[in-house]
Design a binder for this molecule. Structure first.
Ligand code: SF4
Length: 227
């Protein structure tokens, strides 16, 4: 069975529990499976479930060099708690090189180009050699994610994309994380429901959309990783 056929066969998984979906993914893809993490609350939940099912889950994160101190601390806390070694994927250009070649503070005048250099290209590198990747995408997060399935064909990367939390609400995720005492990014308690790079993330005000704090001032909803 090829990968596209596997996706078709897995249609029924939307609506199943995250544990069931991750268990299926581990069994189906083995070492060909990797888990993306940006250490938001969804990601720490995914790591916890995977670590309960397998002793050495393969987890990577895209280190743009512009993450919050709290995010790096959360990454360290997860490594310590689950005795895992995260794959840290770096952009090809340092921040200085990027400034020299593309201009200072690229994120302030061309965030698409900056995300492409510091996230999209590194993601391609992170996924090379794998058959499937796991993400924390949920339908509730944004209109662009409203039709996501638990198992999808990712035509852009030519592999299977698995979204075990796709049907969960924000409350479902927090209930799991609090119940299991999982470390999480303290910025979530300071008005940051969605956390990305420092220059492009702000706390939201009461009543604002949860993703309003990302690329505030730009008509941009996604960094390009899930488009
Ligand atoms: S989120 Fe902002 S700083 Fe981070 S890669 Fe994208 S544009 Fe650059």
């Amino acid at each position: 069975m090829n990968l596209v056929e596997r996706v078709a066969e897995a249609k029924h998984l939307t609506g199943q529990t995250p544990e069931h979906i991750i268990g299926w993914a581990l069994e189906t893809f083995g070492d060909g499976l990797t888990i993306a993490s940006s250490f938001g609350v969804e990601d720490v939940m995914l790591i916890d479930i995977a670590a309960r099912l397998t002793p050495h889950p393969d987890v990577f994160f895209l280190d743009t060099d512009l993450l919050f101190h709290e995010t790096y601390q959360t990454a360290k806390a997860m490594e310590a708690r689950y005795a895992i070694r995260l794959r840290r994927i770096r952009p090809e250009l340092s921040l200085d090189q990027q400034a020299q070649q593309m201009g200072e503070q690229l994120w302030a005048h061309d965030p698409d180009a900056c995300c492409n250099l510091r996230k999209v290209q590194p993601l391609n590198q992170a996924l090379t050699g794998y058959q499937a990747w796991v993400t924390g995408v949920r339908r509730e997060q944004s209109p662009t994610r409203a039709h996501a399935e638990a198992v999808e064909w990712d035509a852009k990367h030519n592999l299977v994309k698995i979204n075990p939390l796709v049907m969960l609400s924000t409350d479902d995720v927090w209930d799991y994380v609090k119940t299991h005492g999982i470390p999480y990014n303290p910025l979530h308690d300071m008005g940051f429901p969605s956390i990305g790079c420092m220059p492009c993330t702000r706390a939201i005000k009461p009543g604002e959309d949860p993703r309003a704090g990302r690329w505030s001032g730009f008509d941009k909803q996604e960094c390009g990783l899930h488009l």
